[in-house]
Design a protein around this ligand. Structure first.
Ligand code: MRU
Length: 412
């Protein structure tokens, strides 16, 4: 496949009154598109990480509400009832994951819109909600391009940049935040290479970021998370750029587990540590990162690993054997005690999804999905409104209050 930034993927979109999304649990080896017919389908996609990444979750929340309005609100006769039900749906969507504030922001914006326009006739109110969700999706892409431009200005020519998790096009409506900075700097000829942290336990770096960078033609090298210290000590990293799930008023940053360790390492090695995020990720209601709720996920993410892929049987006999296995459409195979594999027929090929145990059954597991990096480790926060630096309490408040458009905000 030809590479170039124009080829990066879109992850979620509205089509014929449905929400479509690329199933990120199976990327990069399987590129299934999931069709959500109900808002409950969107909730499942969020919970299972089929759609993920803070800004993409904001868009998913808005599109989920729009989907309910378009397909599931026909029986509602009055605006009052509509407002009550829409609030319930929005709250159900936000109950799916606790950390990324964009999810709450997306849902809250839909609630506020309907409250503010409660004097409209119901059909018009419904159209307004759907139009707003689509506008939020377009705005997210615009914001990411602005973040990319502001962040690329901080990148020195010849930079080797380390990133963690996936803050790319897949994690947003399009283009990405941290990867938006990298894509833009690459277009400006400033990027010598990107170190991609694999990002245990779900491997968003190895599966998603490595794939996006490859598609975009940005030179990159995959490392396991525990190699970052060593490449920094060897003088091979010039900047760290990551995304964020929630940024508190004092500049503390919640992001994928492992980010805090990278920030400490960057400080120790004199490497700038940049956070790229839209202002919708800044939560001025929280004084510090101590107040951010950190999601804990299924222990099976740590005790085993999941693989998805496709294969074509190489002989008619193998094909017939697999056809028998998958006669009913899908075959769940306990491949060994504690492991499981499912094979699904897809046209002439077969898709498999397996979970394989690595750790002993019954082992205790701690699996927080995010950590908090104290503001003192953050060199700058790159938003669509400009670059905020310490003192973050002042600079973030100014950035988020519409004093944006500034190239750089530096206080204290
Ligand atoms: O659990 P995930 O995959 O949703 O976590 C995503 C991250 O931590 C990203 O770095 C963050 O959402 C920023 S995405 C632009």
């Amino acid at each position: 496949m030809a590479s170039g930034i124009g080829n990066i993927p879109r992850t979620i979109w509205w089509e014929d009154g449905k929400v479509l999304l690329v199933d990120q649990t199976r990327l990069p080896l399987v590129g299934d598109v999931l069709v959500c017919n109900t808002y409950d389908g969107v909730c499942t996609a969020i919970r299972t990480l089929a759609v993920r990444g803070a800004p993409a979750l904001g868009v998913a929340a808005a599109l989920g509400v729009a989907l309910w309005v378009a397909s599931e609100s026909d029986g509602i006769a009055t605006v009052d009832e509509f407002l009550g039900e829409l609030d319930r749906v929005a709250d159900e969507i936000t109950a799916t994951r606790p950390t990324a504030v964009n999810l709450f922001w997306g849902a809250e914006r839909m609630k506020a819109l309907t409250r503010d326009n409660a004097d409209l006739p119901l059909p018009e109110l419904k159209e307004l909600v759907i139009a707003e969700a689509l506008a939020m999706q377009a705005e997210d892409e615009e914001r990411n391009r602005a973040i990319g431009a502001a962040g690329a200005a901080l990148i020195e020519p010849g930079s080797r940049i380390l990133t963690h998790c996936n803050a790319g096009s897949l994690a947003t409506a399009y283009f990405g935040t941290a990867l938006g900075v990298i894509f833009t700097a690459h277009e400006q000829g400033k990027v010598e290479g990107v170190w991609v942290d694999e990002t245990r336990p779900v491997l968003q770096g190895a599966r998603l970021t490595a794939w996006e960078l490859k598609i975009a033609g940005v030179p990159s090298t995959l490392i396991t998370d525990n190699m970052a210290a060593s490449v920094m000590r060897a003088g091979l990293v010039d900047a760290v750029v990551v995304g964020a799930d929630r940024i508190a008023a004092n500049g503390d940053v919640a992001n994928k587990i492992g980010t805090y360790g990278l920030a400490v390492l960057a400080k120790e090695h004199g490497i700038p540590f940049y956070v790229a995020a839209p202002t919708s990720t800044v939560d001025l209601t929280l004084a510090s990162g101590d107040d951010i709720v950190i999601e804990e996920r299924d222990p099976r993410e740590v005790t085993g690993f999941t693989v998805s892929g496709t294969f074509e049987p190489d002989s008619p006999a193998a094909s017939r054997a697999f056809d028998l296995l998958t006669e009913s459409g899908a075959y769940a195979l306990p491949v060994a005690k504690g492991h499981a594999m499912e094979i699904t027929r897809k046209g002439g090929a077969y898709q498999f999804d397996g979970w394989f145990r690595m750790a002993p059954p019954g082992v205790d597991v701690f699996n927080p999905a995010f950590d908090v990096t104290p503001a003192a480790y953050v060199t700058a926060i790159i938003t669509e409104c400009g670059v905020a630096r310490a003192d973050y309490a002042a600079s973030l408040a100014a950035t988020c209050s519409g004093a944006g458009g500034l190239d750089e905000i530096r206080r204290g």
